[in-house]
Design a protein around this ligand. Structure first.
Ligand SMILES: [Zn+2]
Length: 376
């Protein structure tokens, strides 16, 4: 009896053991010419309840806003109309403006009487860093914060991937010349919003197993697998981690969930290791929506560490986020086919978590954020 059970278990283990990749993909040869990856767009025959969410359940802070430049009443009004429809209480302009480009926007928003609805991050000029650059950048930062900026960012992915120093070498994320800048941010009590790298698959060979093949074929300049030009994904993240570790008195807002959306456990380790970090979830909805149960568990566990941000300002795309976060809907479309060839599922987050990721966490880590438009 015991032996039979053992043999049955062995047989089952063999049946379900992972097969080599080659064997897994072996399918019978199509007898009619197969369509290309762009041609094949099967319609879903699944009929299930659907609950679109055009308006977020609670007021939202979009902490990764890339609206048009807000230096004139027309742009401000256009963005406000969309914000009101979507229930975005506050939009943080993270387009990266400093000096006059920043103050022009702050003044225009003030003149329009909309200081409760917009906040501004400043950016850093990281080109040609050399001896003395850090102090200069820190001085500009002080001026921008005095003018009304409430954070730094978005620091773009060029920092780490392409930005060069005056001496012609790559500016590493943990370059000591910049330490004074991060310390200044810490002293001023403003967070640093930093985008490092890109999806890990962009760093891998573009072969038939690359999950982001389509996007990289449409935009070949997104490929980062040339190790002569770019560090590996892991090396870049290690550099970023040293930056965070070296500056424990600075609050870091990690953009795009650190591109760990497909490996939330790794993001959890980052949070556990560095209490001075939170993460923003822009443009990675496709990863959350394909693992709604584990993502919900993760969002519940780290509910104080996650901030809503959208990145690209496309009003029609925000409701996809609300639907993934707020409903238990199944198998619905994502808005950008070349990011993800799969469907999304709702995470069904509870109100407590929703309130935190939509606004409360942003209020906590961005002391200068206006809050009057975030009441219910
Ligand atoms: Zn951005």
């Amino acid at each position: 009896m015991r032996l039979t059970r053992y043999l049955t278990a062995l047989a089952l283990a063999a049946t379900f053991a992972p097969q080599p990749a080659e064997a897994q993909r072996r399918i019978p040869e199509p007898q009619i010419p197969p369509p290309s990856i762009t041609e094949y767009t099967p319609r879903s025959t699944l009929v299930v309840p659907a609950h679109p969410v055009p308006r977020a359940k609670f007021p939202v802070v979009d902490m990764h806003g890339h609206p048009p430049t807000l230096d004139n009443p027309e742009n401000i009004r256009t963005v406000l109309v969309a914000m009101d429809e979507l229930n975005i209480g506050v939009m943080i302009q993270t387009r990266g403006s400093s000096g006059e480009r920043l103050t022009n926007q702050i003044e225009a928003v003030r003149a329009a009487g909309q200081t409760d609805r917009f906040a501004f991050f400043t950016t850093l000029d990281l080109r040609d860093v050399g001896p003395g650059s850090g102090a200069q950048i820190a001085a500009q930062l002080e001026a921008d914060v005095a003018a009304g900026a409430v954070g730094i960012g978005e620091i773009g992915k060029g920092f780490g991937l392409g930005t060069m120093k005056a001496d012609g070498t790559r500016l590493t994320l943990d370059d000591p010349e910049l330490k004074i800048v991060w310390e200044t941010a810490g002293r001023l009590g403003i967070p640093v919003f930093i985008h490092t790298g890109d999806p890990a698959e962009f760093f891998e060979p573009l072969d038939m197993e690359n999950e982001r093949w389509l996007e990289q074929s449409i935009y070949p300049n997104r490929q980062l697998n040339d190790r002569a030009r770019f560090p590996s994904f892991d090396a870049l993240m290690a550099e970023r981690d040293r930056l965070i570790a070296n500056n424990p008195g600075t609050t870091w807002i990690i953009a795009h969930l650190s591109w760990y959306g497909a490996d939330l456990g790794r993001l959890g380790e980052l949070f556990d290791r560095y209490p001075n970090t939170v993460a923003e979830m822009g443009a990675v909805l496709y990863d959350l929506g394909r693992q709604p149960r584990f993502a919900r568990e993760f969002f519940e566990k780290y509910s104080d560490r996650l901030l809503f941000g959208k990145d690209s300002f496309q009003p029609a795309e925000y409701p996809y986020y609300w639907r993934v976060f707020e409903t238990n809907d199944e198998y619905f479309d994502y808005y950008r086919d070349y990011h993800a060839f799969w469907k999304l599922y709702g995470m069904g987050l509870n109100d407590d978590v929703l309130r935190k990721i939509y606004a409360q966490n942003a209020v906590n880590v961005i002391p200068g954020l206006p809050t009057a438009a975030l009441g219910n």
